[in-house]
Design a protein around this ligand. Structure first.
Ligand code: PLP
Length: 354
C-alpha cells in the first residue's frame, strides 16, 4: 500500500491522471460494467447520476424511507422531490409500494442495496422501463454483491458507490464512483465531475469539482484486489452469527440474506434500546440503521408525512440492531456478542426459549 501511495507522490500527479483512470477501468470490469467515473463521494455519485439523467425541479424520484439520508439529500440537491416508500419484510425497497408511487412526475427510481443485500435490480429495471424512468442503483453498502450472476450496480442506468472508509470497499478518506453501461451517460458524468471541461478552459456544461482523489484511487486499486476475499470473510462471520443465534433460540427475527455481502449484520429484537444498552455495558458496541426513517427527519418536515405513513419502516426503526460486523471479526468475538445478547435477554426478562 505504501508503495502505491509513494508512486503517486513521486509522480506528482495528484489530480485525476493514470491512477484514477486505472481504478476506473478495474472497478468497471469488476462490476461487469462498461464505464466507471471516479468521484469524490457516494453522495456526489448520486447527485451526478441524477444530473446526468437531467432530473431537477418538479421531478420526483422514488426512494425507500429506511436508508441513509444521503440518498434523499442527493435528490433534494438537484431540486427534485424524494417520494418515499415503505420497505418489505427484509427492510428493502418494497416493489409493490414503488410501483404504486409512480406518477406523471416520476423520473427515476433510486434502489438502495441496503445492508449489503443484492436486490433483484432486473425487476425494478423492468418497472422503470415500462414507465420510461431511470433506475439508479445505490450500491454503497453492497460492493461486489451479486444477484443472479449480476453485480450490484450493473443493471440500472447508473450504479453509485461510496468508498467511505467503513464500506466494504473503503478508501483512506472520501471517495465514490458511478458505473454505467451507457457511453454517453458516462461521458456526461465525466464532464460534470471536472468543471464541464472537454479540454482545459473549454467548458461545455456547467460542471462541478467532485473528482475522485488520486491518492484514494491508488489506495482503492490495492484494496479492490481483496474485496472478494473480504466479502467471503464477512459471509462466514454472518454464518457463524446465524448458527449461534439459532442455537441460542432467542425470540428475534433474522433474515435470509442469501445474496448479501454483509455490510451490516442486522437483527430485529424486542426492547431494542434496552438490549443495546445492556450490550454496551458489557463492552459490546452495536449500531442502528436507521433510528429515524427519512420521512420522520426534521429536514423533511416539508414532505408532511405523518407517523404511521410507513408502518414497516417505522417498526424497523424501533427494533433493528446491527451487530459488530467486519471482515476480520473472529469466532470468539462473535461468540461473545451472542452470549451478550443471551444474557441481555435473560436479565431484561425477555422471553428466552428453552
Ligand atoms: C454511505 C452511503 C452513502 C453516502 O456516501 P458518502 O461517500 O458518505 O457520501 C450513500 N448511500 C448509502 C446507502 C450509503 O450507505
Amino acid at each position: 500500500m505504501l508503495d502505491s501511495i509513494n508512486d503517486v507522490l513521486d509522480s506528482t500527479r495528484y489530480i485525476l491522471g493514470p491512477q484514477v483512470a486505472a481504478f476506473e477501468n478495474e472497478f468497471a470490469s469488476y462490476c461487469q460494467s462498461k464505464h466507471c467515473v471516479g468521484v469524490e463521494s457516494g453522495t456526489a455519485a448520486l447527485i451526478l447520476a441524477l444530473r446526468a439523467a437531467g432530473i431537477g425541479k418538479g421531478d420526483e424520484v422514488i426512494l425507500q424511507t429506511n436508508t441513509y439520508i444521503a440518498c434523499a439529500f442527493a435528490i433534494s440537491a438537484v431540486g427534485a422531490t424524494p417520494v418515499l416508500v415503505d420497505v418489505d419484510d427484509r427492510y428493502q425497497m418494497d416493489f409493490g409500494c414503488t410501483a404504486a408511487a409512480i406518477t406523471h412526475r416520476t423520473r427515476a427510481i433510486m434502489l438502495v442495496h441496503l445492508y449489503g443485500q443484492a436486490i433483484d435490480a432486473q425487476r425494478f429495471a423492468a418497472l422503470a422501463k415500462l414507465h420510461d424512468l431511470f433506475l439508479i442503483e445505490d450500491g454503497s453498502q453492497a460492493h461486489g454483491a451479486v444477484f443472479e450472476g449480476k453485480r450490484v450496480g450493473s443493471t440500472g442506468d447508473f450504479g453509485c458507490f461510496s468508498f467511505y472508509p467503513s464500506k466494504n470497499l473503503g478508501a483512506y478518506g472520501d471517495g465514490g464512483a458511478v458505473i454505467t453501461q451507457d457511453p454517453e451517460l458516462a461521458e456526461h458524468i465525466r464532464l460534470l465531475r471536472d468543471f464541464g471541461q472537454i479540454e482545459k478552459y473549454h467548458h461545455v456544461v456547467k460542471g462541478d469539482n467532485c473528482r475522485l482523489d488520486t491518492l484514494q484511487a491508488a489506495v482503492l486499486r490495492v484494496k479492490l484486489k481483496y474485496l472478494d476475499s473480504w466479502n467471503v470473510m464477512r459471509r462466514h462471520a454472518a454464518q457463524a452469527y446465524d448458527t449461534l443465534l439459532n442455537s441460542a433460540s432467542l425470540p428475534m427475527c433474522r433474515f435470509d440474506y442469501a445474496t448479501s455481502v454483509y455490510h451490516l449484520y442486522v437483527i430485529e429484537v424486542p426492547e431494542r434500546d434496552r438490549v443495546r444498552n445492556h450490550l454496551k455495558s458489557s463492552g459490546i458496541e452495536t449500531g442502528i440503521h436507521y433510528p429515524i426513517p427519512i420521512h420522520r427527519q426534521v429536514a423533511y418536515e416539508e414532505l408532511q408525512y405523518d407517523i404511521g405513513s410507513f408502518p414497516s419502516a417505522e417498526r424497523a426503526a424501533t427494533r433493528l440492531l446491527s451487530l459488530p460486523m467486519f471482515a476480520e471479526i473472529s469466532e470468539s468475538q462473535i461468540t461473545r456478542v451472542v452470549s451478550g445478547i443471551y444474557r441481555a435477554f435473560e436479565d431484561l426478562g425477555l422471553r428466552v426459549y428453552a
